[in-house]
Design a protein around this ligand. Structure first.
Ligand SMILES: [Zn+2]
Length: 324
């Protein structure tokens, strides 16, 4: 028996296959390409679901807080794309699954947005007055949108006018980064959420809490302040701890103002502690998880008291101290 097995193994080697010792199942090339198509379809389906959810949850936060945002912009609520936005290896799948083409078209219409109300659909293309394909961020389309004029769009083979009443929103872009790391960040212009964070948050209220936190970094000018602190102190990080606390504080106001429920959202920090116990008590640049858990609960009590008294939901600024 032993001799027979050895002969089999040798046979395998001499047969030109890789030097494995077992008989592997035969998989055909068409089977593999069929499964590749399915996996790519699943990946794009998940990406679109995450992207839609992020934009859908972020839109009310950006809309409800314009009076607290130092800059605003007009938004219709679409994500555009063309083939060149995708890595080369994924372009055939982007074309097949999402209808991406050489020229920009609508990839996704955000639920609850002005674009959805106007009837815009994925695949629609914006046209200049001369009939050239353009993006809604182009000067020509922006001017038409701001003036409340109709815009020309191309849908399949038809050209048609569409009237879109854009929303005024806080002037920051919201982006999704495809990485399993649980993270979110702000750079003064953008709010970025990782797919790892999207999967970690338990519900839309928690997602709105994180969006509000990152919005807080942008509205409170933390990025600019950190840069100037680094220049002044050659350290910088000792100033980021209060900035994190401040973003947690104003971020909770932002999410409540947008209609999300703050009940239990501090639980985010307990769950993060479970996945990341080493960081519970030690945090060089950030407040500790217990501190953040308790501070969010305290800020909620402050917000609830204002709601009960019928007061406007505006964070307490230091200059307000002598008034209250
Ligand atoms: Zn932060």
């Amino acid at each position: 028996m032993r001799i027979f097995l050895s002969a089999l193994i040798l046979g395998g080697v001499w047969g030109g296959c890789a030097s494995v010792s077992t008989r592997l199942p035969d998989i055909t090339a068409p089977q593999i390409s069929g499964e590749q198509t399915r996996q790519e379809a699943l990946a794009f389906e998940d990406l679109e679901r995450q992207q839609q959810r992020l934009m859908q949850v972020a839109l009310p936060v950006l809309k409800a807080n314009t009076e607290l945002c130092p800059k605003t912009r007009q938004d219709i609520g679409v994500i555009m794309h063309s083939l060149k936005n995708y890595p080369k290896a994924l372009r055939p799948a982007a074309k097949r699954e999402l209808g991406a083409g050489e020229e920009p078209s609508i990839r996704l219409v955000v639920k609850g947005s002005a674009a959805e109300a106007a009837g815009l659909k994925a695949g629609d293309q914006f046209l200049t007055s001369k009939g050239k394909v353009t993006t809604p961020n182009s000067k020509a389309i922006q001017a038409q949108l701001n003036a409340g004029e109709t815009v020309q769009i191309q849908r399949s083979n038809n050209k048609m006018p569409i009237t879109v009443t854009s929303d005024t929103v806080c002037g920051y872009n919201v982006r999704l980064a495809q990485t399993s790391t649980i993270n979110a960040y702000a750079d003064g212009r953008n709010i970025t959420m990782t797919t790892g964070m999207m999967n970690f948050v338990k519900n839309d209220d928690e997602l709105a809490l994180i969006i509000g936190h990152e919005l807080g970094h942008n509205t409170m000018g933390h990025i600019r302040k950190i840069v100037s602190n680094i220049i002044l102190s050659l350290g910088g990080t000792r100033y980021t701890r209060p900035f994190e606390s401040e973003s947690d504080y104003v971020g909770l106001y932002y999410m409540v103002r947008a209609g999300y429920s703050p009940e239990g959202v501090e639980d985010f920090w307990r769950r993060l502690a479970v996945t990341n116990p080493k960081h519970v008590a030690r945090a060089k640049t950030h407040p500790t998880y217990p501190n953040r858990y308790l501070s969010i609960a305290a800020a909620r009590a402050e917000i609830r008291a204002k709601q009960a008294a019928g007061q406007p939901l505006i964070p307490n600024f230091k200059t307000d101290d002598n008034k209250s």
